[in-house]
Design a protein around this ligand. Structure first.
Ligand code: HEM
Length: 402
């Protein structure tokens, strides 16, 4: 087997994960990756089976990470561990069930629909400024501003602090996204998390004194009922700020790229804006922003005919599942009317993305705004540069002309 198939960070895998995962799936759907020291799943059925089996597969990333560190490192990374260990995405039941239940009602499709006019106006204001220039850098001038503004308003954090929060959030990302190009990534992540916690703590105290209608106040009310601790409230806010914008920003950028490379689909959407819902589902499937997520086997389990031993880690490659030809006919074709489209871009099982309805709404408004107002763009760079991460499909920038 060529060595590159075991190198999840090989430039080929980072630049074109879809071809890489096709090759891996053809070789072995459940593959032991010696270099990473865990299993890599590229078949749809296996990915879904593991994500739905939270009894046998744990999400407790911190518990497993701590076992890989020595005492000095554990001490060094304490600030980030203290927060990430309380993130919904990294905890198992019963704590997961308790916290998720408290958040669910705020993020249902019905509950988030109220933000649509606000999202539309953010998109329109940005495009009014951008349109006459006939060019833009999609990520920094458009894509991040939509979800970050929304999540801060939803939480009740002042919009004025947006740039600082963005910076701290990017620092946290160096840890979470396994950025191979940054040797100090854990220290940087600790700086980011400490700054964000220090920023959020007084906001939480303020809402305790005088509650409003925002999400922080709702979480503080749960603290009063002894359903949440202060540390859980702050960790949840950090997760929502971080998870609530990076992923959606990347989806919007990947979506613009996909449509720019398929101008006939851009024009189809422009001609028939009602296609926006299925178009966003297809963009999530075709080049979603979360490529993979990890689980740890609590006990021995057989997946796709392979025995996974207790304690072993499993990479569930969502982007590979989303292009599994056994589930998606012509998986490499972008078809904005694809139906059915049971993609797993938001995961599956008990950890399925809490923010999916909000992410969908934001992406729909952003992509609909762009296709309505602009002609199909040209990508104005000869090379695309992706962050070297296994988890996230994230362009460094995306300059376009239109
Ligand atoms: C396109 C945008 C997004 C994508 C592709 C995405 C993807 C995902 C995925 C794959 C998971 C499951 C991870 C796992 O099973 O290990 C997840 C969980 C989560 N996401 Fe998202 N996400 C997006 C946007 C958002 C937004 C906007 C928010 C918040 C407002 C959010 C908040 C969360 C939270 C809190 C969890 C943890 C849920 C749990 O563990 O129960 N996400 N997301």
């Amino acid at each position: 087997m060529p060595l590159v198939l075991d190198d999840l960070m090989a430039p080929e895998a980072i630049n074109d994960p879809h071809t890489y995962y096709h090759q891996l799936r053809e070789l072995e759907r459940v593959h032991w990756n010696e270099r990473w020291g865990g299993w890599v799943l590229t078949g749809y059925d296996d990915v879904v089976a593991v994500l739905r089996d939270s009894d046998r597969f744990s999400s407790d990333r911190m518990a497993y990470l701590e076992t890989e560190l020595n005492a000095e490192e554990r001490c060094l990374y304490q600030p980030i561990f203290a927060v990430l260990a309380k993130w919904l995405v990294f905890i198992d039941p019963p704590d997961h069930t308790r916290i998720r239940r408290l958040l669910n009602t705020r993020f249902t499709p019905r509950a988030v629909e109220q933000y649509r006019p606000r999202v539309r106006s953010i998109v329109n204001n940005l495009l009014t400024e951008i349109e006459p220039r006939r060019r833009m850098e999609v990520i920094h001038e458009f894509a991040y501003l939509v979800p970050l503004t929304v999540i801060l308003e939803l939480l009740g954090a002042p919009a004025l602090d947006r740039d600082l929060i963005k910076q701290w959030s990017e620092q946290i990302g160096t840890f979470f996204f396994l950025r191979a190009d940054e040797p100090r990534r854990r220290e940087i992540a600790c700086e980011g998390v400490t700054s964000l916690v220090n920023y959020l703590r007084p906001l939480v105290a303020q809402r305790r004194e005088s509650p409003t209608l925002d999400l922080i106040s709702a979480l503080v009310a749960c603290e009063d009922q002894q359903e949440l601790t202060e540390a859980e409230i702050i960790a949840t806010c950090v997760l929502l700020v971080f998870g609530g914008h990076e992923t959606t920003m990347n989806l919007i950028a990947n979506g613009v790229l996909a449509l720019a490379n398929h101008p006939e689909e851009w024009d189809r959407l422009k001609a028939d804006p009602k296609l926006i819902e299925s178009a966003v589902e297809e963009l999530l499937r075709y080049d979603g922003s979360v490529k993979a997520t990890v689980r740890w086997a609590r006990s021995e389990a057989v997946v796709g005919g392979k025995t996974i031993k207790a304690g072993q880690k499993v990479l569930c490659a969502l982007s590979a599942a989303n292009r599994d030809p056994e589930h998606f006919p012509e998986p490499d074709r972008l078809d904005i009317t694809r139906a059915p489209n049971p993609h797993v871009a938001f995961g599956q099982g008990i950890h399925i993305c809490l923010g999916a309805p909000l992410a969908r709404l934001e992406a729909q408004e952003a992509i609909a705004g762009l296709t309505r107002r602009l002609p199909a763009p040209r990508i104005s760079t000869p090379t695309l540069d992706y962050h070297p991460t296994v988890v996230s499909r994230a362009l460094r920038n995306l300059p376009i002309e239109f």
